[in-house]
Design a protein around this ligand. Structure first.
Ligand code: SAH
Length: 465
């Protein structure tokens, strides 16, 4: 049973630090069900692959278990467990890569939090529900999925294909997130845990699913399969997940938004930002615009005033925020001709959504920094690959400018919910990469007072296709 993890992050050999396993060594670890080995089939500064090989001893699996409860002895000894990725792989990941899974790295603490290009290959992945299920599990998390169904036996072409897939997954994300996804989703695909599923499995699921499971479109199916269809456990886990769900859209965020606004107020940055965005839309003669992550509707208010704009859609993941937007915009009292002009919908920017299609322009104003870096890749595809508006405007704080906010403690971000803030170089590198990948031209503009040393407080990228 094999798991290969490859990176092309430079220098690629940093993978050794992240996994806490030296690229020049082959190391072995005893498991209750056999032996795990870690080695690097390739390790250059351009490309580095770590392999986790699990050598399962089927005899060990049977030892100590009572036999004869209808289980044929032959299938106890002759089965797919030694060859296909299953919950044994999850156990090995959690033992052998424990520190990496928990997102710690003493030698390179800054690298742990960076999204890096990673490719995973699982040569024999059980997938009875077919490759489309594999896609349903992984694409919402930003993975590009390639898979080839393995034949039962290549010498007998009349036999059907097997239920195994040689799967290759590409994504740009933190290594700890990748390992968490594999830890949870490999047993979900296999749908047959090797150990008894008890209460503590809920904890494991919630711990390793933190930050992604909650928003996953098929979280119910994942939870039920992970908990080996023990419905009572699955229900409890789902209840706890939905508690988390309501937390991220409660007042906490709204209070924090106001704190950020207070910090930026002396330079009325917010106003300058909105004016510039509205002005740009006007210059490009945009008629249909979608504001992604519209929040309380500050930009929508500006857009409503613009007579040349015919259709406005506001999207936000937070229902409460949308309710506030509805009140602020006085949607109920709009004159009849304006009522059809604007629509607010609840939706997430990291899942492909047909409702985002058909707009001339999309605005993503002070939103990207609220997403974990590994989710940003999903947003990129949702906006640039699937929705494909002709114009996309993205704004985000320039972290270099934070030095000039007197009330902001050094090293702190502007908002407690910001997952990151970028320097001008980081933002431009990201935007150039996105423009290249999706065939857009990008230009940059600063927003707010320009400081010779640290630039402007907000940075804007304008993508045109
Ligand atoms: N664009 C607004 C709000 C910025 S605050 C303005 O400039 O005032 C960031 C907003 O993004 C919040 O309202 C938050 O609910 C929303 N958001 C965060 N993650 C999101 C996601 N995945 N999908 C949709 N909206 C999201």
């Amino acid at each position: 049973m094999l798991l290969n993890i490859t990176t092309t992050h430079q220098p690629a050999t940093d993978l050794g630090y992240l996994l806490h396993k030296h690229p020049d060594k082959c190391q072995s670890f005893p498991m209750t069900f056999g032996q795990a080995h870690v080695f690097y089939p390739e390790s250059t500064t351009e490309r580095c692959t770590a392999t986790l090989l699990l050598d399962i001893n089927p005899v060990e699996l049977v030892r100590g278990k009572s036999s004869g409860k209808g289980e044929g002895t032959l299938s106890q000894y002759v089965n797919d467990r030694p060859y296909s990725a299953s919950s044994f792989m999850s156990v090995a990941i959690s033992k052998v890569f424990r520190t990496a899974l928990s997102g710690r790295c003493k030698d390179m603490p800054e690298l742990v939090d960076r999204a890096i290009p990673l490719t995973v290959n699982l040569p024999v992945l059980p997938c009875r529900a077919g490759i489309s299920f594999l896609r349903e599990l992984l694409e919402p998390l930003g993975y590009q999925v390639e898979g080839e169904t393995l034949p039962l036996d290549p010498t007998f072409s009349e036999w059907e294909d097997s239920v195994y897939i040689d799967a290759t997954l590409h994504n740009t994300l933190r290594l700890c997130d990748l390992l968490s996804h594999l830890y949870v989703l490999i047993p979900v695909l296999d749908d047959d845990k090797h150990y008894w599923v008890g209460e503590e499995e809920i904890d494991k699921l919630l711990r390793h699913g933190e930050g992604w499971l909650n928003n996953h479109p098929i979280k119910e199916q994942i939870t039920k399969r992970y908990l080996k269809r023990r419905w009572s456990l699955a229900r409890r886990a789902l209840e706890q997940l939905s508690e988390e769900d309501s937390q991220d859209i409660d007042e906490k965020d709204i209070v924090q938004d106001r704190e950020e606004a207070a910090l930026e107020k002396p330079i009325s940055l917010n106003q300058q930002r909105l004016e510039l965005v509205a002005e740009t839309l006007k210059n490009y003669r945009v008629k249909r615009v979608i504001d992604l992550g519209c929040g309380e509707g500050k930009l929508l208010k500006y857009l409503l005033k613009n007579k040349s704009i015919e259709q406005i859609m506001g999207v936000d993941v937070s229902y409460r925020t949308l309710e506030i937007a509805k009140k602020r915009l006085k949607l109920e009292d709009l004159p009849f001709h304006q009522k059809d002009k604007i629509k607010l919908i609840q939706g997430s920017l990291i899942y492909r959504d047909k409702r985002f299609n058909g707009y001339d322009a999309a605005t993503v104003i002070e939103v990207i920094e609220h997403l974990d870096l590994n989710r940003l890749v999903a947003l990129e595809r949702v906006v640039f690959e699937f929705a494909q508006p002709k114009l996309v405007i993205v704004t985000t704080p320039n972290i270099e400018y934070n030095l000039r906010f007197e009330s902001l403690l050094s090293g702190k971000l502007r908002h407690r919910d910001h997952r990151f803030e970028w320097t001008r170089q980081e933002f431009q590198d990201w935007a150039n990469k996105v423009a290249n990948r999706f065939n857009y031209q990008v230009t940059f503009q600063g927003i707010g007072n320009e400081d010779d040393e640290v630039g402007t407080p907000t940075q804007m990228a304008l993508f045109a296709s």
